[in-house]
Design a protein around this ligand. Structure first.
Ligand SMILES: C[S@@+](CC[C@H](N)C(=O)[O-])C[C@H]1O[C@@H](n2cnc3c(N)ncnc32)[C@H](O)[C@@H]1O
Length: 310
Protein backbone atom coordinates (compact mmCIF):
# COMPACT_ATOMS: atom_id res chain seq x y z
CA UNK A 1 0.00 0.00 0.00
CA UNK A 2 1.44 3.36 -1.01
CA UNK A 3 1.27 5.79 1.92
CA UNK A 4 -1.30 8.50 1.35
CA UNK A 5 -0.16 12.09 1.75
CA UNK A 6 -3.64 13.39 2.11
CA UNK A 7 -5.60 14.10 5.25
CA UNK A 8 -9.26 15.16 5.08
CA UNK A 9 -9.78 17.69 7.87
CA UNK A 10 -12.68 16.84 10.15
CA UNK A 11 -15.31 19.51 11.02
CA UNK A 12 -13.31 21.86 8.83
CA UNK A 13 -15.70 24.81 8.46
CA UNK A 14 -17.16 24.50 11.93
CA UNK A 15 -13.73 24.60 13.60
CA UNK A 16 -12.57 27.61 11.62
CA UNK A 17 -15.90 29.40 12.12
CA UNK A 18 -15.60 28.76 15.86
CA UNK A 19 -12.35 30.75 15.88
CA UNK A 20 -14.12 33.84 14.40
CA UNK A 21 -10.97 34.68 12.43
CA UNK A 22 -9.97 38.35 12.26
CA UNK A 23 -7.94 39.21 9.14
CA UNK A 24 -5.09 40.74 11.15
CA UNK A 25 -5.16 38.21 13.98
CA UNK A 26 -2.59 35.76 15.36
CA UNK A 27 -3.69 32.11 15.34
CA UNK A 28 -2.12 28.90 16.56
CA UNK A 29 -2.80 25.54 14.94
CA UNK A 30 -1.44 23.13 17.56
CA UNK A 31 -1.89 20.06 15.33
CA UNK A 32 -0.74 20.97 11.83
CA UNK A 33 -1.08 17.46 10.30
CA UNK A 34 -1.19 18.08 6.58
CA UNK A 35 -2.15 21.71 7.05
CA UNK A 36 -5.84 21.51 6.18
CA UNK A 37 -7.02 23.75 9.01
CA UNK A 38 -3.94 25.96 8.71
CA UNK A 39 -4.78 26.55 5.03
CA UNK A 40 -8.32 27.51 6.06
CA UNK A 41 -6.98 30.00 8.59
CA UNK A 42 -4.54 31.51 6.08
CA UNK A 43 -7.38 31.90 3.57
CA UNK A 44 -9.29 34.05 6.02
CA UNK A 45 -6.29 36.13 7.07
CA UNK A 46 -5.09 39.29 5.39
CA UNK A 47 -1.44 40.13 4.72
CA UNK A 48 -0.71 41.07 8.34
CA UNK A 49 -2.32 38.03 9.93
CA UNK A 50 -0.18 35.18 11.29
CA UNK A 51 -0.46 31.47 11.90
CA UNK A 52 1.95 29.61 14.16
CA UNK A 53 1.54 25.86 13.73
CA UNK A 54 3.01 22.95 15.68
CA UNK A 55 3.40 19.28 14.92
CA UNK A 56 5.47 16.63 16.68
CA UNK A 57 5.74 14.62 13.52
CA UNK A 58 8.81 15.41 11.39
CA UNK A 59 7.05 14.10 8.24
CA UNK A 60 4.14 16.50 8.81
CA UNK A 61 6.56 19.41 9.23
CA UNK A 62 8.59 18.54 6.13
CA UNK A 63 5.41 18.34 4.03
CA UNK A 64 4.24 21.67 5.50
CA UNK A 65 7.52 23.49 5.02
CA UNK A 66 7.38 22.55 1.32
CA UNK A 67 3.68 23.27 0.84
CA UNK A 68 3.70 26.68 2.54
CA UNK A 69 7.26 27.75 1.69
CA UNK A 70 6.01 30.86 -0.05
CA UNK A 71 3.66 32.04 2.68
CA UNK A 72 5.55 34.26 5.16
CA UNK A 73 2.45 34.46 7.39
CA UNK A 74 3.01 30.87 8.59
CA UNK A 75 5.61 29.74 11.13
CA UNK A 76 5.61 25.94 11.38
CA UNK A 77 7.37 24.56 14.45
CA UNK A 78 8.48 20.95 14.90
CA UNK A 79 7.43 20.39 18.49
CA UNK A 80 4.63 19.43 20.84
CA UNK A 81 1.70 21.80 21.39
CA UNK A 82 2.40 21.40 25.10
CA UNK A 83 5.36 23.76 24.54
CA UNK A 84 3.09 26.51 23.21
CA UNK A 85 3.25 28.64 26.36
CA UNK A 86 7.03 28.80 26.31
CA UNK A 87 7.12 29.46 22.56
CA UNK A 88 4.60 32.27 22.84
CA UNK A 89 6.43 33.86 25.79
CA UNK A 90 9.74 33.76 23.94
CA UNK A 91 8.08 35.33 20.89
CA UNK A 92 6.62 38.13 23.06
CA UNK A 93 3.08 37.09 22.14
CA UNK A 94 1.69 36.26 25.57
CA UNK A 95 -2.02 37.20 25.87
CA UNK A 96 -1.97 38.26 22.20
CA UNK A 97 -3.13 35.09 20.45
CA UNK A 98 -6.60 35.41 18.92
CA UNK A 99 -7.29 31.71 18.49
CA UNK A 100 -5.91 28.29 19.31
CA UNK A 101 -7.04 25.19 17.44
CA UNK A 102 -6.38 21.58 18.41
CA UNK A 103 -7.43 18.70 16.15
CA UNK A 104 -6.26 15.78 18.26
CA UNK A 105 -5.14 12.26 17.45
CA UNK A 106 -3.44 10.86 14.39
CA UNK A 107 -3.57 11.94 10.75
CA UNK A 108 -4.40 9.73 7.77
CA UNK A 109 -0.81 9.80 6.46
CA UNK A 110 0.39 8.56 9.86
CA UNK A 111 -2.14 5.69 9.82
CA UNK A 112 -1.46 4.82 6.20
CA UNK A 113 2.32 4.66 6.48
CA UNK A 114 3.08 1.10 7.65
CA UNK A 115 6.54 2.17 8.85
CA UNK A 116 4.99 4.33 11.58
CA UNK A 117 3.35 1.32 13.21
CA UNK A 118 0.04 3.03 14.09
CA UNK A 119 -2.23 0.63 12.26
CA UNK A 120 -2.97 -3.02 13.00
CA UNK A 121 -4.05 -3.32 9.37
CA UNK A 122 -0.55 -2.62 8.00
CA UNK A 123 2.46 -4.78 8.68
CA UNK A 124 5.24 -2.65 10.08
CA UNK A 125 7.50 -2.02 13.06
CA UNK A 126 5.68 -1.49 16.36
CA UNK A 127 6.64 2.16 16.66
CA UNK A 128 3.59 4.48 17.21
CA UNK A 129 5.61 7.58 18.10
CA UNK A 130 4.17 10.77 16.65
CA UNK A 131 7.64 12.26 16.95
CA UNK A 132 9.58 9.54 15.19
CA UNK A 133 12.83 11.32 16.10
CA UNK A 134 12.56 10.89 19.89
CA UNK A 135 11.25 8.77 22.73
CA UNK A 136 10.42 5.16 23.35
CA UNK A 137 8.66 3.04 20.72
CA UNK A 138 5.67 0.82 21.48
CA UNK A 139 7.89 -2.26 20.98
CA UNK A 140 10.42 -0.96 23.51
CA UNK A 141 7.73 -0.16 26.05
CA UNK A 142 5.95 -3.50 25.64
CA UNK A 143 9.30 -5.25 26.11
CA UNK A 144 9.92 -3.67 29.53
CA UNK A 145 6.63 -2.62 31.18
CA UNK A 146 5.13 -4.88 33.81
CA UNK A 147 1.84 -6.66 33.14
CA UNK A 148 -0.11 -4.47 35.53
CA UNK A 149 1.02 -1.24 33.88
CA UNK A 150 0.20 -2.58 30.41
CA UNK A 151 -3.24 -3.72 31.60
CA UNK A 152 -3.91 -0.30 33.18
CA UNK A 153 -3.06 1.47 29.92
CA UNK A 154 -5.32 -0.84 27.86
CA UNK A 155 -8.16 -0.32 30.32
CA UNK A 156 -7.75 3.44 30.84
CA UNK A 157 -7.25 4.54 27.24
CA UNK A 158 -8.95 1.69 25.39
CA UNK A 159 -11.77 0.55 27.69
CA UNK A 160 -10.45 -2.91 26.88
CA UNK A 161 -12.29 -5.45 29.00
CA UNK A 162 -9.69 -8.13 28.30
CA UNK A 163 -6.87 -5.83 29.39
CA UNK A 164 -5.40 -8.20 31.98
CA UNK A 165 -5.46 -11.22 29.69
CA UNK A 166 -3.84 -9.27 26.84
CA UNK A 167 -1.17 -7.84 29.14
CA UNK A 168 -0.39 -11.30 30.56
CA UNK A 169 -0.08 -12.72 27.03
CA UNK A 170 2.31 -9.91 26.00
CA UNK A 171 4.52 -10.59 29.00
CA UNK A 172 4.43 -14.37 28.37
CA UNK A 173 5.24 -13.89 24.70
CA UNK A 174 8.26 -11.70 25.33
CA UNK A 175 9.94 -14.41 27.42
CA UNK A 176 10.62 -16.21 24.15
CA UNK A 177 10.45 -13.39 21.60
CA UNK A 178 9.47 -9.74 22.28
CA UNK A 179 6.83 -8.28 19.97
CA UNK A 180 8.43 -6.36 17.12
CA UNK A 181 5.68 -5.77 14.57
CA UNK A 182 2.11 -4.53 14.33
CA UNK A 183 1.04 -7.86 12.88
CA UNK A 184 2.50 -9.83 15.80
CA UNK A 185 0.64 -7.67 18.31
CA UNK A 186 -2.61 -7.71 16.31
CA UNK A 187 -2.48 -11.53 16.01
CA UNK A 188 -1.77 -11.97 19.69
CA UNK A 189 -4.79 -9.79 20.57
CA UNK A 190 -6.96 -11.62 18.04
CA UNK A 191 -6.12 -14.88 19.80
CA UNK A 192 -7.63 -13.46 23.02
CA UNK A 193 -10.42 -11.03 22.08
CA UNK A 194 -13.25 -12.52 20.09
CA UNK A 195 -14.24 -10.66 16.94
CA UNK A 196 -17.88 -9.56 17.30
CA UNK A 197 -19.94 -9.74 14.12
CA UNK A 198 -20.04 -6.30 12.48
CA UNK A 199 -17.86 -4.88 15.28
CA UNK A 200 -14.45 -3.28 15.04
CA UNK A 201 -11.24 -5.32 14.80
CA UNK A 202 -10.33 -6.85 18.20
CA UNK A 203 -7.02 -4.92 18.22
CA UNK A 204 -8.62 -1.47 17.66
CA UNK A 205 -8.91 -0.54 21.33
CA UNK A 206 -5.48 -1.81 22.33
CA UNK A 207 -3.69 -0.04 19.48
CA UNK A 208 -5.41 3.21 20.36
CA UNK A 209 -4.56 2.81 24.03
CA UNK A 210 -0.88 2.02 23.43
CA UNK A 211 -0.58 4.97 21.03
CA UNK A 212 -2.13 7.35 23.56
CA UNK A 213 0.25 6.13 26.24
CA UNK A 214 3.40 6.21 24.07
CA UNK A 215 2.67 9.81 23.06
CA UNK A 216 1.49 11.03 26.47
CA UNK A 217 -1.61 12.36 24.74
CA UNK A 218 -3.89 13.13 27.68
CA UNK A 219 -1.09 14.80 29.69
CA UNK A 220 -0.20 16.96 26.67
CA UNK A 221 -3.85 17.95 26.29
CA UNK A 222 -4.30 18.88 29.96
CA UNK A 223 -1.11 20.91 29.83
CA UNK A 224 -1.93 22.86 26.65
CA UNK A 225 -5.42 23.73 27.86
CA UNK A 226 -4.03 25.36 31.01
CA UNK A 227 -1.42 27.20 28.96
CA UNK A 228 -4.17 28.51 26.66
CA UNK A 229 -5.39 30.76 29.48
CA UNK A 230 -2.12 32.74 29.38
CA UNK A 231 -1.61 32.50 25.63
CA UNK A 232 -5.03 33.75 24.51
CA UNK A 233 -5.81 37.44 24.17
CA UNK A 234 -8.95 38.88 25.75
CA UNK A 235 -11.72 37.65 23.45
CA UNK A 236 -9.42 34.96 21.99
CA UNK A 237 -11.01 31.66 21.02
CA UNK A 238 -10.12 28.06 21.80
CA UNK A 239 -11.47 25.26 19.58
CA UNK A 240 -10.76 21.58 20.22
CA UNK A 241 -11.69 18.57 18.10
CA UNK A 242 -11.29 15.30 19.98
CA UNK A 243 -11.82 11.69 18.93
CA UNK A 244 -11.87 9.90 22.26
CA UNK A 245 -14.36 10.18 25.11
CA UNK A 246 -11.57 10.62 27.66
CA UNK A 247 -10.16 13.57 25.73
CA UNK A 248 -13.59 15.09 25.27
CA UNK A 249 -14.20 14.82 28.99
CA UNK A 250 -10.91 16.63 29.70
CA UNK A 251 -11.91 19.46 27.33
CA UNK A 252 -15.44 19.66 28.72
CA UNK A 253 -14.24 19.80 32.33
CA UNK A 254 -11.61 22.39 31.52
CA UNK A 255 -14.06 24.69 29.72
CA UNK A 256 -16.71 24.28 32.41
CA UNK A 257 -14.18 24.88 35.16
CA UNK A 258 -13.27 28.29 33.77
CA UNK A 259 -16.82 29.17 32.65
CA UNK A 260 -18.43 28.28 35.99
CA UNK A 261 -15.67 28.20 38.59
CA UNK A 262 -16.58 26.03 41.57
CA UNK A 263 -17.47 27.64 44.87
CA UNK A 264 -14.40 27.90 47.13
CA UNK A 265 -14.25 25.40 49.99
CA UNK A 266 -14.23 28.23 52.58
CA UNK A 267 -17.80 29.38 53.40
CA UNK A 268 -18.57 33.01 52.48
CA UNK A 269 -15.43 33.31 50.33
CA UNK A 270 -16.34 34.85 46.96
CA UNK A 271 -16.74 32.62 43.92
CA UNK A 272 -13.80 33.21 41.53
CA UNK A 273 -14.80 35.09 38.38
CA UNK A 274 -15.53 33.19 35.14
CA UNK A 275 -12.69 33.45 32.65
CA UNK A 276 -14.22 31.64 29.67
CA UNK A 277 -17.53 31.74 27.82
CA UNK A 278 -18.57 28.53 26.15
CA UNK A 279 -19.29 29.11 22.46
CA UNK A 280 -19.90 25.54 21.31
CA UNK A 281 -20.87 22.86 23.77
CA UNK A 282 -20.65 19.73 21.69
CA UNK A 283 -20.76 19.70 17.93
CA UNK A 284 -20.71 16.34 16.13
CA UNK A 285 -20.25 15.86 12.38
CA UNK A 286 -23.42 15.28 10.36
CA UNK A 287 -24.20 11.98 8.60
CA UNK A 288 -22.91 13.30 5.27
CA UNK A 289 -19.48 14.08 6.67
CA UNK A 290 -19.31 10.71 8.43
CA UNK A 291 -20.33 8.92 5.21
CA UNK A 292 -17.60 10.64 3.21
CA UNK A 293 -14.94 10.49 5.96
CA UNK A 294 -15.37 7.60 8.42
CA UNK A 295 -12.59 9.08 10.62
CA UNK A 296 -15.09 11.84 11.53
CA UNK A 297 -17.36 9.25 13.21
CA UNK A 298 -16.11 9.84 16.73
CA UNK A 299 -15.24 13.56 16.46
CA UNK A 300 -16.53 16.21 18.86
CA UNK A 301 -15.84 19.93 18.59
CA UNK A 302 -16.00 22.25 21.59
CA UNK A 303 -15.12 25.93 21.64
CA UNK A 304 -14.80 28.72 24.19
CA UNK A 305 -13.84 32.38 24.31
CA UNK A 306 -11.48 33.98 26.81
CA UNK A 307 -13.13 36.73 28.84
CA UNK A 308 -11.54 40.13 29.35
CA UNK A 309 -8.86 40.01 32.07
CA UNK A 310 -9.62 42.07 35.17
C1 LIG B 1 -5.78 14.84 13.24
S1 LIG B 1 -4.21 15.34 12.74
C2 LIG B 1 -4.41 17.05 12.38
C3 LIG B 1 -4.90 17.30 10.98
C4 LIG B 1 -4.93 18.77 10.59
N1 LIG B 1 -5.89 19.51 11.37
C5 LIG B 1 -5.24 18.92 9.11
O1 LIG B 1 -6.27 19.50 8.79
O2 LIG B 1 -4.43 18.47 8.28
C6 LIG B 1 -3.34 15.42 14.24
C7 LIG B 1 -1.90 15.87 14.13
O3 LIG B 1 -1.49 16.34 15.40
C8 LIG B 1 -0.19 15.92 15.66
N2 LIG B 1 -0.05 15.87 17.12
C9 LIG B 1 -0.61 15.03 17.99
N3 LIG B 1 -0.25 15.35 19.25
C10 LIG B 1 0.55 16.42 19.16
C11 LIG B 1 1.21 17.24 20.11
N4 LIG B 1 1.17 16.99 21.42
N5 LIG B 1 1.91 18.30 19.66
C12 LIG B 1 1.99 18.57 18.33
N6 LIG B 1 1.39 17.83 17.39
C13 LIG B 1 0.67 16.77 17.80
C14 LIG B 1 -0.06 14.58 14.98
O4 LIG B 1 1.31 14.32 14.71
C15 LIG B 1 -0.89 14.79 13.72
O5 LIG B 1 -0.11 15.22 12.66
Amino acid sequence: MVPSHHHTSVLYDAAIDALAVRPDGVYIDGTFGRGGHTAGLLERLGPTGRVIAFDKDPDACHAGWVRFARDPRLTLVHGGFETVGQWVREAGLEAQVDGLLLDLGVSSPQLDNAERGFSFMRAGPLDMRMDSSAGETAAEWLARADARTIADVLWRYGDERQSRRIAAAIVRQRETQPLQTTTELAQLIESIVRRSPGGSHPATRSFQAIRMHINGETDALESVLEQAMDVLADGGRLAVISFHSLEDRIVKRFMRGYAQPPLPPVPAAPRPPAELDIILRKLRPGPEEVASNPRARSATLRAAQRRRRR
